[in-house]
Design a binder for this molecule. Structure first.
Ligand SMILES: Cc1cc2nc3c(=O)[nH]c(=O)nc-3n(C[C@H](O)[C@H](O)[C@H](O)COP(=O)(O)O)c2cc1C
Length: 208
């Protein structure tokens, strides 16, 4: 019997970059994880991104409101997928050329290690794994990348010291093909800007 899923998989996987660019319906897939660090800055960029759908981890869904981000407000600007299924059903859109770029920003230490080790058991890590297998470009904004990190908890500022394991996982992730790891907000902005231009898009400007 003909395996339809394999055919879809194959046609997406063998697309050239040029074909992906020409696919008018492709969008950006932006995955949010349960990181408070750089959440505000990431959402400021996300809010200005055209043609972008959001994929949440369960932890992201908990952490977002702690930092004052209501899902109902986010849904006004973007299509939003929650981590509600065991098999990461929303990932299926990747096989149908629904997305040309998968962004994980900000990425928790947890998500970084899972991506680096090939574990996919959340919506963002499944997006990363399947994007990799389909040769779709991914951008990961890893946040625990400095010897000392000053971060905003919901109520106060705290100082953290990322461990060797965090740096080792970061180094592993940087070896992945089709994956660009960024470590600062400005680098994230630069790479998104390039990517938008590549697809003939501009940042959304808000008039004050
Ligand atoms: C308020 C709050 C802030 C958090 N901020 C971070 C963070 O900045 N970096 C991080 O690695 N984990 C952070 N965590 C812990 C993650 O949410 C937790 O490890 C979670 O299991 C990550 O799941 P995910 O990677 O699937 O999103 C935070 C948790 C809470 C409650």
């Amino acid at each position: 019997m003909k395996n339809l899923n394999n055919d879809i998989w194959h046609s997406a996987a063998t697309q050239s970059d040029e074909q992906k660019v020409k696919n008018q319906n492709s969008k950006f897939a932006w995955c949010l994880t349960g990181s408070g660090h750089y959440l505000k800055e990431s959402i400021q960029l996300l809010d200005k991104m055209p043609d972008t759908d959001i994929f949440l981890s369960k932890a992201a869904e908990e952490v977002l409101p702690m930092y004052g981000h209501r899902l109902d407000d986010i849904k006004l600007k973007h299509k939003l997928f929650r981590d509600k299924t065991y098999s990461a059903v929303p990932v299926g859109a990747l096989y149908k050329n629904g997305y040309h770029t998968v962004i994980i920003a900000p990425a928790t230490s947890n998500t970084v290690v899972k991506c680096a080790l090939g574990i996919s058991d959340t919506l963002p890590t499944n997006m990363f794994a399947q994007a990799g297998k389909l040769k779709i470009d991914t951008i990961v904004f890893a946040c625990d990348t400095e010897p000392t990190v000053i971060t905003e908890s919901p109520k106060e500022w705290v100082e953290l010291t990322p461990r060797k394991v965090e740096f080792d996982n970061l180094a592993l992730l940087k070896n992945f093909e089709e994956c660009t790891v960024v470590e600062t907000v400005s680098d994230l902005q630069v790479i998104l800007d390039k990517r938008l231009k590549q697809f003939g898009l501009n940042w959304i400007e808000f008039s004050s």
